[in-house]
Design a protein around this ligand. Structure first.
Ligand code: ADP
Ligand code: ADP
Length: 216
């Protein structure tokens, strides 16, 4: 049976880090909307140029553009066994669209791990985040440093600090999360799919809790 997992939680809580670990453990594909946008920006596609203007300000990219991009990715053959969605959906409109697209393959969202941490933890994590150019692997200068500064342990590519990880944009992204994404907590709770995970623990402890939650 295909399994579709939605990683829900504020920016910087560790969704990407955990989605990558879970993908390795389960064999499911990791689909990150942020990574898809950044790939489009790198390739200077029309979609990338549009998305960039919103991302730089810490605002959400409009729903129709985002939904179209994720629909294309989730429709590919490798997602037929399921996927770990990271950063999507971020609005109730996107959540409805996800339900519709999965229903087309006779599937539904199975479980929604909701990863939490205090705002202070989020700001600390985002301000120290270094991201790999090739695959978006995330490091933290204090909590999860690479073996060699500036170089990805996994693929050897260069690490950089995302433009939207600067203090001012981080503040706005967290605010946008509370205004536009947090209604999804109730949305998935009402659907009986939400499982809360304490994201303030160490990376391997969060991974353990997450694996237990999705295997339930
Ligand atoms: P998100 O995808 O939710 O924005 P990331 O996975 O990119 O979050 O993690 C944000 C930052 O926090 C990265 O620098 C990452 O290395 C670090 N991080 C992730 N999980 C933990 C954790 N459990 N403890 C400490 N730092 C973490
Ligand atoms: P984070 O590390 O904060 O979880 P992401 O990499 O998921 O960040 O997203 C970076 C930016 O990309 C967001 O601030 C937003 O501008 C845009 N974005 C990503 N996913 C979505 C989405 N589902 N809907 C709208 N905008 C999105």
């Amino acid at each position: 049976m295909a399994q579709y997992i939605v990683m829900l939680g504020p920016p910087g809580v560790g969704k990407g880090t955990q989605a990558k670990i879970l993908a390795e453990k389960t064999g499911l594909v990791h689909v990150s909307s942020g990574d898809l946008f950044r790939e489009n920006i790198k390739n200077q596609t029309e979609l990338g140029l549009l998305a960039q203007s919103y991302m730089n300000k810490g605002e959400l990219v409009p729903d129709d553009v985002t939904i179209g991009m994720v629909r294309e990715r989730v429709s590919r053959a490798d997602c037929k066994v399921g996927a770990i969605l990271d950063g999507f959906p971020r609005t109730p409109v996107q959540a409805d669209a996800l339900k519709t697209m999965l229903a087309e393959f006779g599937a539904d969202v199975d479980v929604v791990p909701f990863v939490t941490a205090t705002e202070q933890v989020l700001v600390d994590r985002l301000s120290g985040r270094w991201t790999c150019r090739a695959e978006g692997h995330a490091y933290h200068e204090k909590h999860n440093p690479p073996k060699q500064p500036g170089v990805c342990d996994i693929d050897g590519s260069e690490l950089y600090q995302r433009d939207d990880d600067k203090a001012e944009t981080v503040k706005r992204r967290i605010q946008v999360y509370f205004e536009q994404t947090s209604p999804l907590i109730e949305y998935y709770k009402n659907a009986g799919k939400l499982i809360e995970i304490d994201g303030s623990q160490q990376i391997d402890q969060v991974s353990e809790a997450l694996l237990a939650a999705v295997q339930k």
